[in-house]
Design a protein around this ligand. Structure first.
Ligand SMILES: Cc1cc2nc3c(=O)[nH]c(=O)nc-3n(C[C@H](O)[C@H](O)[C@H](O)COP(=O)(O)O)c2cc1C
Ligand SMILES: C=C(O[C@@H]1CC(C(=O)O)=C[C@@H](OP(=O)(O)O)[C@H]1O)C(=O)O
Length: 388
């Protein structure tokens, strides 16, 4: 399976194409739209989310709700485009009467300056529009398609927020996907610790007033994943490495770890390795999951635990030092409408890219032309593992 996304933040729409997805999978549009809606929520988001109402339109690869095996095309309209029609029209010369809302003062932490230097753009809007995390709406839609395939194989994935800026809001133990779903349904921060909600709201409000921004850490847990996905044979077959690349492919993500993460490096081996057990009922299992479900680049049958760290949002309403690209005058960076923090939607976005990578490896490992056959092979494989 491969996929591609296209579209500018204030252009007419986002487009995604998935190729190599099996025929015969029943797909729910409602479930895709639920994820898109969830990505728009979360305390700390900016005004743009009040304008958009993300909904997917499927224009190929699905008929009467069932996948055909042909490329699936997904489209999401940018409602905000109506305010940017002349500035962002794909074809036709710009109207000299309309201000083009050019961006000339690159924002530190954004792709603005380097993107302009590399591609020769003199209006940094040409960089900003595609480097914007608006694109993640499409990755969530693609992730939602992949999640439906995984769910039908019994695999579940859930993401939540572990910390926002300096404030920790983590559960003490590893929660089950159901517990995570329940916990995050209770607040607009996707945090497990309900007692911290007020404190974090106040902190985000304070940052907003100060013209500053926040990042955070999220965790995604994938459960009921069979052992042996990925391979130790070559570096580029290691599934943990593929997931890490997918996570760092999300705007503003700067760190990724598995299981107990960097903390593992401070402990002795006896406190890190997940000891091996077997019983007739469940076959092979471990008594702990410090390593986050990976050994030798392969899943080991324990839940996959991915932690991912997001830097603060780079656009500041109290802007930082910059230099105008034409005049070379020292100036404050441009201000574009912005979120204070996007760590809440980010937990769902990371969930989505983990789903995409898991789906890809499953489709690479088993016969992917027909879902029914894939499922049979997959179940046989799981049975074989149990009897090893
Ligand atoms: C869901 C989400 C929303 C974001 N919203 C904003 C925003 O409103 N303003 C902003 O400056 N950056 C925002 N970002 C981060 C930038 O897109 C990102 O930092 C920038 O493209 C530079 O890429 P890099 O941080 O990966 O180097 C957002 C990121 C995500 C994942
Ligand atoms: C549009 C989304 O996020 C955008 C990501 C983003 C950025 O620079 O990454 C900047 C902001 O764009 P705008 O200036 O249009 O408000 C965010 O709103 C979205 O998540 O749907």
């Amino acid at each position: 399976m491969i996929y591609l996304t296209a579209g500018e933040s204030h252009g007419p729409e986002l487009t995604g194409v998935i190729e190599g997805f099996p025929a015969g999978l029943t797909l729910s549009i409602e479930k895709i739209n639920e994820k898109l809606h969830a990505r728009q929520c979360g305390y700390g988001r900016g005004y743009r989310q009040k304008i958009e109402k993300d909904e997917v339109k499927i224009t190929s690869g699905v008929r009467h709700g069932v996948t055909l095996g042909s490329p699936i095309t997904l489209r999401i309209a940018n409602i905000d485009h109506k305010h940017w029609g002349e500035v962002m029209k794909p074809i036709g010369a710009p109207d000299p009467e309309v201000a083009m809302r050019e961006v000339k003062k690159p924002r530190p932490g954004h792709a603005d300056l380097v993107g302009g230097m590399k591609y020769g753009h003199r209006d940094l809007r040409n960089v900003l529009e595609r480097s914007s995390a608006r694109e993640t709406a499409m990755r969530v839609a693609i992730g939602a398609v992949c999640t439906q395939l995984l769910n039908q194989l019994g695999i579940t994935i859930a993401g939540y927020v572990r910390s926002i800026g300096p404030i920790e809001a983590d559960g003490e133990r590893l929660l089950s996907p159901d517990e995570i779903e329940q916990a995050i349904a209770l607040n607009d921060l996707r945090i497990v610790d309900q007692d911290k909600v007020e404190q974090i709201h106040e902190f985000i409000d304070r940052m907003k007033k100060a013209g500053d921004t926040l990042g955070g850490v999220v965790r995604v847990v994938a459960s009921n994943v069979p052992a042996g996905l990925g391979s130790y044979i070559s570096w580029n077959e290691k599934l943990d490495a593929k997931i890490a690349a997918a996570v760092l492919g999300i705007n503003a993500f700067k760190g990724v770890s598995f299981g107990d993460g960097f903390e593992l490096s401070r402990r002795s081996g006896s406190n890190v390795m997940d000891q091996i057990y077997w019983d007739k009922e469940q076959g092979w299992y471990r008594s702990s999951d410090h390593l986050g479900g990976f050994e030798g680049g392969m899943t080991n049958g324990m839940p996959i635990i991915v932690n991912a760290a997001m830097k603060p949002i780079p656009t500041l309403y109290k802007p930082l030092h910059s230099v105008a690209i034409d005049s070379k005058e020292e100036q404050k960076a441009s201000i574009e409408r912005s979120d204070v923090t996007a760590i809440v939607p980010a937990s769902l976005i990371i969930e989505s890219v983990v789903a995409i990578e898991l789906c890809k490896i499953i489709l690479d490992t088993f016969d992917c032309s027909r879902f029914h056959r894939l499922k049979k092979q997959y179940n046989d494989y799981c049975e074989e593992l149990k009897n090893y």
